[in-house]
Design a protein around this ligand. Structure first.
Ligand SMILES: *[C@@H]1O[C@H](CO)[C@@H](O)[C@H](O)[C@H]1NC(C)=O
Ligand SMILES: *[C@@H]1O[C@H](CO)[C@@H](O)[C@H](O)[C@H]1NC(C)=O
Length: 280
């Protein structure tokens, strides 16, 4: 008998023998094939939904020349939806292209990879395996299709570009914005617990590149868990980012997206970018 055809039998057996509880706390818990009919209870209280701004993202990389902004990307894009304080996701639920095929066009537009060394699919795969599989304890997020669909809905709901625009906060090379002002504009939508992330550029300016909002498992805003901040500082996926919380005592720069510098095609008649993007 081929190994794969054993699986249903083993699952039936383990169910019949009531062995499923043994695996509850095991890191290899199999969410996908679910040895219990109900989801295991979540080990986390809050999730962070993170959006990135392609006008500042490149500057946040240790190596800016790895950056690549697809030509059709003109607004905030998704970075991820991350259950907080999860030490380690099980990594037992791989993502395959067919899992996201229906959503691929929309994901490519809303959740593109902005680095050369990673395809967009690889980005989604990493995010799913690192964070998404841990969110599967929530029925609405159980499985790649649901997870990515919810993320797209969240992106649509948290339309901060529009909100900022309506408040007169538009991308600009010259005009800095008070951090408090940006917070004030975003709070009604993102809640009091949202965070702005900046990177210090070569001109010593605070360049805004990311925003995070804290969500309850039911996707409402303002989730607070007192130890989340520690976990975030030690958080995963930040190894190539040199970002930090935007300091409140200096204004931030919300720079325009520069497809010329960061496009897929190298620009032969221009020198390599030096950290100012569209503004050099
Ligand atoms: C940055 O990335 C480019 C392109 O891969 C590479 O050639 C260069 O050596 C890298 N620079 C550093 C400082 O790692
Ligand atoms: C969402 O969950 C939070 C925390 O459990 C709860 O306080 C809030 O009332 C819930 N909101 C909705 C709309 O269910």
């Amino acid at each position: 008998m081929a190994p794969c055809s054993l699986l249903p039998l083993l699952l039936t057996l383990s169910t019949a023998l009531q062995l499923h509880d043994l695996s509850t706390d095991h890191q290899d818990w199999d969410y996908k094939h679910g040895r219990r009919s109900q989801s295991p209870s979540c080990k986390w209280k809050c999730m962070q939904f993170t959006l990135q701004w392609p006008g500042g993202f490149c500057q946040s990389l240790y190596n800016e020349s790895l950056c690549q902004i697809p030509p059709n990307i003109n607004t905030w894009t998704i970075h991820g939806l991350w259950p907080q304080r999860v030490q380690r996701c099980c990594e037992c639920w791989p993502l395959f292209l067919y899992d996201v095929q229906e959503l691929e066009a929309e994901l490519s537009e809303r959740w593109p990879s902005l680095v050369k060394f990673k395809s967009s699919f690889q980005f989604w795969k990493d995010e799913w395996e690192k964070h998404g599989a841990c969110a599967a304890c929530v029925e609405e997020l159980k499985g790649p299709r649901k997870y990515f669909q919810i993320c797209l809905k969240l992106r649509q709901h948290f339309d901060i570009h529009r909100l900022l625009d309506d408040a007169g906060i538009t991308p600009s090379c010259q005009r800095p914005y008070e951090v408090d002002e940006v917070h004030r504009v975003l709070t009604p939508l993102l809640g009091r617990k949202h965070e702005l992330e900046c990177v210090t550029d070569q001109q010593d300016r605070q360049v805004w590149f990311q925003v995070k909002t804290s969500l309850f498992p039911n996707l409402t805003i303002d989730c607070v868990h007192h130890r989340d901040a520690d976990a975030m500082a030690a958080g995963s996926g930040r190894s190539y980012s040199r970002g930090h919380a935007c300091p409140t005592d200096v204004p931030l720069y919300y720079l325009p997206i520069d497809h010329h510098h960061w496009g897929a095609e190298p620009v032969p008649d221009r020198p390599p970018p030096l950290g100012g993007g569209a503004c050099t």
